[in-house]
Design a protein around this ligand. Structure first.
Ligand code: UDX
Ligand code: ADP
Length: 466
């Protein structure tokens, strides 16, 4: 089966970049990305590539090449579904905020709506591909809805989890470690798997395209993220121990990372991991394990989240303690708001939680981030629901210039590892601040000695406090 037309439902951080790369690499396939969010689609169609809604290095060029040729962004969801041989579902699957499984289980409301919509409009056979991270066995839910509400057309469900990391999405899509495709083990299922393999084979070497059954594929995605998050929580747990001893977490990471069995990646101590996947996926794993009565398995993975929450709280407390146990009325400048560098995504960013804790202590926060817009910072604070949106606007200011943001501040809290922070004129920042001027480096990227020579009080994650 040769795919001529693809529809992707959801034009977000996963759907947008993934489809742009498929369109670039497969010029003979028409790729239409649809979303119910009209503003988002309009932004994807913006002539100025600085305005496309997802910031990713290299993405503007890929979109510019394929858009209008075989890549289209539209709000006409029904039409794109009906035209397509293959439909990717890349809608968001946030953690439930209500009812059974609140705070842990994934909210599958959007997925179900998609499935019902596909079933309603499809007049020809379709391969439906789960791209969003979904809890294990969602594929069977999808199949059940499609088969019971569709008008007799044949649906094959595939799981094709996304392993791209934000900030390096284009690179990851161009040269993935592996592509994973799970599908039914029937003849029809195998044909559907092959159709998707053929798409990736346009640019991915065959030995990097792994195929398996649907459930192994779904569980592999959760497992990969759980393992990565576990490494971050493990190193963060030891960073606290380092702060009370003469050990330095960077040295420990370097030493253990050279063991080829451990490897050097994901060993950077930080103020805590964020992003749309780690926490959500682990919570899913915890929820599924508990629902099978596997309490030890659930507790084991839940500890990764507990450690991460502790790390964020600990960072806020470190700021408060070093500012003489009170931050009331004091200005604290956040450098960075995104959950990591090279992205404008802020979901689950540690900055949000640290800001919240400092606001409880009546601090004033000034935020500078190179790519995050002011409305997003306020939306993140409002979403927490800790205080009114007027209060958020009163006590949190967003500033377009880092030196301006530092004016009159008692402390700088470095929340995101943006490269530009390393190149700043730190003397100028120091001159703008109240004394003693503190830097809390939540990412361990600044040169501590250089800052100390200027006169800063420096507090980094994972080395002894001053
Ligand atoms: C992750 C997975 O890497 C990706 O494969 C999956 O598809 C989606 O989830 P992403 O959330 O984009 O990707 O970012 P990632 O690079 O994994 O970082 C997650 C968080 O961990 C970030 O907040 C990052 O700053 C933090 N982190 C990462 C550390 O604190 N230390 C590290 O050493 C690595
Ligand atoms: P991700 O990081 O998984 O890509 P995003 O939140 O960035 O998540 O993107 C998901 C997109 O899916 C959003 O733009 C949202 O508007 C869109 N979406 C959610 N439900 C539907 C739906 N039923 N039909 C079309 N688009 C949807």
């Amino acid at each position: 089966m040769k795919i001529k037309s693809i529809c992707c439902i959801g034009a977000g951080y996963v759907g947008g970049p993934t489809m742009a790369v498929i369109a670039k690499k497969c010029p003979e396939i028409k790729v239409t990305v649809v979303d119910i969010n009209e503003a988002r689609i309009a932004a994807w169609n913006d002539k100025n590539m600085d305005n496309i809604p997802v910031y990713e290095p290299g993405l503007g060029e890929v979109v510019a090449e394929a858009r209008g040729r075989n890549l289209f962004f539209s709000t006409d969801v029904d039409r794109a579904i009906d035209e397509a041989d293959m439909v990717f579902i890349s809608v968001n699957t946030p953690t439930k905020t209500y009812g059974e499984g609140k705070g842990q289980a994934a909210d599958l409301k959007w997925i179900e709506l998609c499935a019902r919509q596909i079933a309603r409009v499809a007049t020809t056979d379709k391969i439906v591909v789960e791209k969003s991270t979904l809890p294990v066995r969602t594929a069977s839910t999808l199949k059940s809805i499609l088969d019971h509400t569709g008008s007799g057309v044949n649906f094959q469900i595939l799981s094709n989890p996304e392993f791209l990391a934000e900030g390096t999405a284009v690179e990851d899509l161009f040269a993935p470690d592996r592509v994973l495709i799970g599908g039914g083990q029937t003849e029809d299922g195998k044909r559907a798997i092959q159709a998707l393999v053929d798409i990736y084979a346009h640019w991915v070497p065959k030995d990097r395209i792994l195929t398996t059954n649907v459930w192994s594929s779904e569980l592999s995605k959760l497992t990969a993220n759980a393992f990565l998050a576990q490494r971050v929580s493990s190193i963060n747990a030891l960073s606290e121990l380092c702060e009370f001893t003469e050990a330095d977490i960077n040295e420990v990471s370097r030493a253990i990372g050279t063991d080829s069995r451990i490897g050097p990646k994901f060993l950077k101590a930080s103020v805590g991991f964020g992003g749309s996947c780690f926490q959500k996926d682990i919570l899913n794993l915890v929820y599924i394990s508990r629902s099978y009565g596997l309490n030890e398995v659930a507790d084991y993975w839940e500890q990764v989240i507990i450690m991460n929450d502790h790390q964020k709280r600990r960072f806020a407390k470190k700021i408060i303690k070093n500012l003489y146990n009170t931050v009331s009325g004091k200005k604290i400048t956040f450098l960075g708001w995104a959950f990591k560098k090279d992205t404008n995504d802020t979901r689950e960013s540690a900055a949000i939680y640290v800001a919240d804790l400092l606001l409880y202590e009546q601090a004033h926060i000034s935020v500078y981030d190179p790519k995050v817009k002011a409305e997003q910072v306020y939306a993140d604070m409002d979403y927490l629901n800790s205080r009114s949106s007027d209060e958020n606007r009163k006590y949190v200011e967003i500033v377009k210039d880092p030196y301006e943001a530092a004016k009159g501040a008692h402390a700088i809290a470095l929340m995101t590892e943006w490269d530009e922070f390393k190149t700043y004129d730190w003397q100028r920042i120091y001159d703008n601040m109240l004394k003693p001027a503190h830097v809390f480096d939540g990412r361990n990227i600044l040169d501590k000695q250089k800052l100390r020579d200027i006169g800063f009080q420096v507090h980094a994650i994972g080395s002894a406090n001053e």
